[in-house]
Write a protein that binds this ligand. Structure first.
Ligand code: NAD
Length: 500
């Protein structure tokens, strides 16, 4: 019998979902207090259970994501959501034992006879807020990190992915009690109820606008936050790199999941003389990925009519302002879904257009000309700090210049996005694209409390530092570490005699 069977009941009455979220939180807090430090073996067991469920439920999850998006190729769901989740879990499984080990540190010379170490303690109950675009990876990735760190976890899934939420609920409930891992989904009409809970840490993945609200809500409880946000991630093509090769890779980033990816290249900076060649190569690349009129276009739909309307409005705004919009690929309405939107290239967009001001988050690629590297770097730096930057160049000196002079959460050189799929390195934003990291060891550290523990040795002659002040050891220690004061700033005080 499930130990918290009442918590698993589907809420129906108004306010029931909110009440359930509060009860789940209280149950997790109690369970954490009763078992505050899972062993490495227990943590590995939970991670194994998670991994097995991803494997078992892979087809159910892919089918559910297809339903939520309107159309999403099974291969795309498995590669981008499920493979990525599994890689993250695998990495935690391989390293959690080592990460948990206390870290021995050196005492100050003055306190030499003692010992000091840092122990990594589970924070307690961690809340994870998940967006719709990778409804599995962005739930299970933070979940794996939080479990490796020994926490209890409450997931808040997106209201736009009810079918995926149902499968996640079921597969997690099979292996975790709700006081270990609980799922709150689209039934929670008011998400501020979730962010109002006094979590020990909140991981939020979503837009910068909602990220601000989440941080404000968390501040009321002094809950630390990891904010994984978005923004306009630039791709920068330098003159020494092949236009066709760069175009193919950028178009892959812009058309996988229909560009609904936080690290998708948002726009591309191209040497002025290569703009037309880049546009031609981009159209060819898109056609090779999604041949016009194909029976199974394998092309993900836009998540909702509202999102599709927003993307169309971006194109209308650009066209009305005089930009050239080039539609790539097959017919407007492809057979699998009314919301499939082919890649659109935008040439001649200016900085005042919506397409250059807002995060695009869809299959629209502005191609922005530049003349000098200096100009391109200035263009990137004039905007908010993005989540990712892509630099296409064979010249190490130029790449170094770009890396040193721009800020972004992460970078992939000569391609897009692959830095995210490598879980031995941190993933996170900077400035407007977020704060904090997860993935790899950094994720474990982020969701653990680094507790410094100083152990006094019985022969620690601490009495020498007690008052009354002025003994020889104190005077010597201060003279060695502070030296002499500057008599031009204040007359010298004879230490230990200042009261006289
Ligand atoms: P969103 O910010 O609209 O919603 C994200 C989540 O927050 C959803 O679960 C939503 O229900 C919840 N939410 C909405 N209002 C809330 C509130 N007031 N308090 C608490 N939670 C609230 O984002 P989205 O449309 O789901 O996703 C798109 C955005 O997410 C883009 O900006 C994209 O760049 C970003 N994103 C970032 C990453 C990353 O890893 N950095 C990954 C994917 C998406």
């Amino acid at each position: 019998m499930h130990p918290h069977a009442d918590l698993a009941l589907a809420p129906s009455a108004p306010g029931a979902a909110e009440e359930r979220a509060r009860r789940l939180f209280a149950a997790q807090q109690m369970a954490y207090a009763a078992a505050p430090y899972p062993s490495a073996g227990q943590r590995r067991d939970t991670l194994w259970a998670l991994k097995r469920q991803v494997r078992r439920y892979q087809d159910a999850l892919a089918t559910a994501m297809n339903a939520d998006f309107g159309y999403r190729a099974v291969a795309e769901s498995k590669m981008l959501d499920l493979l990525a989740s599994t890689l993250e879990i695998n990495h935690c499984l391989s390293h959690v034992r080592k990460w948990m080990k206390p870290s021995r540190r050196r005492t100050e010379l003055l306190f030499l006879s003692n010992t000091i170490h840092v122990s990594y303690q589970p924070k307690g109950v961690v809340g994870v807020i998940v967006p719709w675009n990778f409804p599995v990876y962005l739930a299970l990735g933070p979940l794996a990190a939080a479990l490796a760190a020994g926490n209890r976890v409450m997931l808040k899934l997106s209201e736009l992915t009810p079918a995926t939420n149902a499968v996640l609920r079921r597969m997690l409930a099979e292996v975790f009690t709700e006081d270990e891992v609980a799922v709150v989904g689209e039934e929670l009409a008011d998400p501020t109820v979730f962010t109002g809970l006094p979590f020990n840490h909140l991981v939020f993945t979503g837009s910068p606008a909602v990220g601000r609200l989440v941080m404000q809500a968390a501040a009321r409880n002094l809950t630390p936050v990891t904010l994984e946000l978005g923004g306009k991630s630039p791709a920068l093509l330098l003159r020494n790199y092949g236009v066709a090769e760069a175009a193919r890779r950028v178009v892959h980033g812009k058309s996988a999941n229909s560009g609904q990816i936080c690290v998708a290249p948002d726009y591309v900076l191209v040497p002025r003389e290569s703009v037309q060649a880049f546009a031609d190569a981009a159209q060819q690349a898109y056609a090779s990925f999604h041949p016009a009129g194909a029976e199974a276009p394998q092309y993900t739909s836009i998540i909702s009519p509202a999102h599709q309307a927003r993307l169309r409005a971006l194109l209308d705004d650009a066209a009305a302002g005089g930009a050239t919009v080039l539609r790539c690929g097959g017919p407007d309405r492809l057979p699998h879904s009314v919301r499939q939107m082919p890649l659109h290239l935008v040439l001649g967009a200016d900085a005042g257009m919506r397409v250059m001001k807002e995060e695009i988050f869809g299959p629209i690629l502005p191609i922005v000309p530049y003349d000098t590297l200096e100009q391109a770097i200035a263009y990137i730096n004039a905007a908010e700090r993005p989540l990712a930057l892509y630099c296409f160049s064979h010249d190490a000196a130029q790449r170094g210049e770009v890396l040193r002079r721009t800020h972004s959460g992460g970078v992939t050189i000569n391609d897009w996005g692959w830095h995210v799929m490598n879980h031995d390195a941190p993933f996170g934003g900077v400035g407007n694209s977020g704060m904090g990291n997860y993935h790899g060891e950094e994720g474990f550290r982020e969701l653990s409390h680094a507790k410094t523990v100083f152990k006094r040795h019985r022969w620690f002659p601490v009495d020498l530092f007690y008052p009354p002040y002025g003994n020889l050891v104190q005077r010597l220690a201060l003279r060695v570490f502070l030296g002499k004061g500057d008599a031009t700033v204040a007359p010298r005080i004879e230490y230990g005699k200042e009261q006289a």
